[in-house]
Design a protein around this ligand. Sequence first.
Ligand code: CP
Length: 305
Amino acid sequence: MRHLIDPIDISVKELDKLLDLSLDIIAHKDKYSERCKGKKIATLFYEPSTRTRLSFEAAMLELGGSVLGFSSADSSSVSKGESIEDTVRVVGCFADVIAMRHPNEGAPMLASMYSPVPIINAGDGGHNHPTQTLTDLLTILREKGKLENMTIGLCGDLKFGRTVHSLVKAMSRYAGIKFVFISPKELKVPDYIISEVVEPAGIPYEEVTSLEENISKLDVLYMTRVQRERFFNEADYVRLKDTYILDKAKLKDAKEDMIILHPLPRVNEIATEVDEDPRAAYFRQVMNGKYVRMALILTLLDLAY
Ligand code: CP
């Protein structure tokens, strides 16, 4: 039985197959509309979500399956003290696959040790968000036509942004990648990402504070929200929250074919005036999230034929 806990649980070869399957689903939706008939996904969300939970549910519904689950810990027996281990043993009696989001890093990994069905990590604390990474990769592939030979700028909260950590892990496996990490010093990418992921892969990188001075070299700009919910004090959040606001003026030096991604939700780090720019790919990115999750469900349920 396969789980998806960390973005590198999937090899590059398997990832290629998953992205190919996503493209086939986009091109031939009818072919897949009954593929999960009789199957159920449980979405166990101990943290708020709009995109991830609803895209998993939409994905299973479009595959002809059904959905069940909860959208907050308060509405489950977790509020009575039930453990993650017991919760997944129970939900595994009702569902064929479980997508779990949890504020504690490692919670989906723990769940995978006890679950009778595949567990998908839908975000664990500030750690990983592998299905957002699949979404990001499919978007880069569709927008740029490749996953190699690119300079990727990651901007904002690189410390707490789990989507950043997962994307860096996944993209570090492709040739010709360079990273430009753009953040205030308080929100730098964690040391372990540099020492255990970027440097061992021999990837050139820079850590800088200015978006304006670096935007011209980027092929992909990955903006992120400052993660208020992970700060220990509100004063630090207030001081840092407006550090980067991408607007039309800041895009003047960007390449014509640079793409702007954001895992969303945004607060104010991308001005709404940017939405009309053809380089703004973040809503197309949301749609890709549904397709890649359809491909993932099929793969984990051994229905990807
Ligand atoms: N990108 C993302 O994880 O969004 P949600 O928090 O709305 O699921």
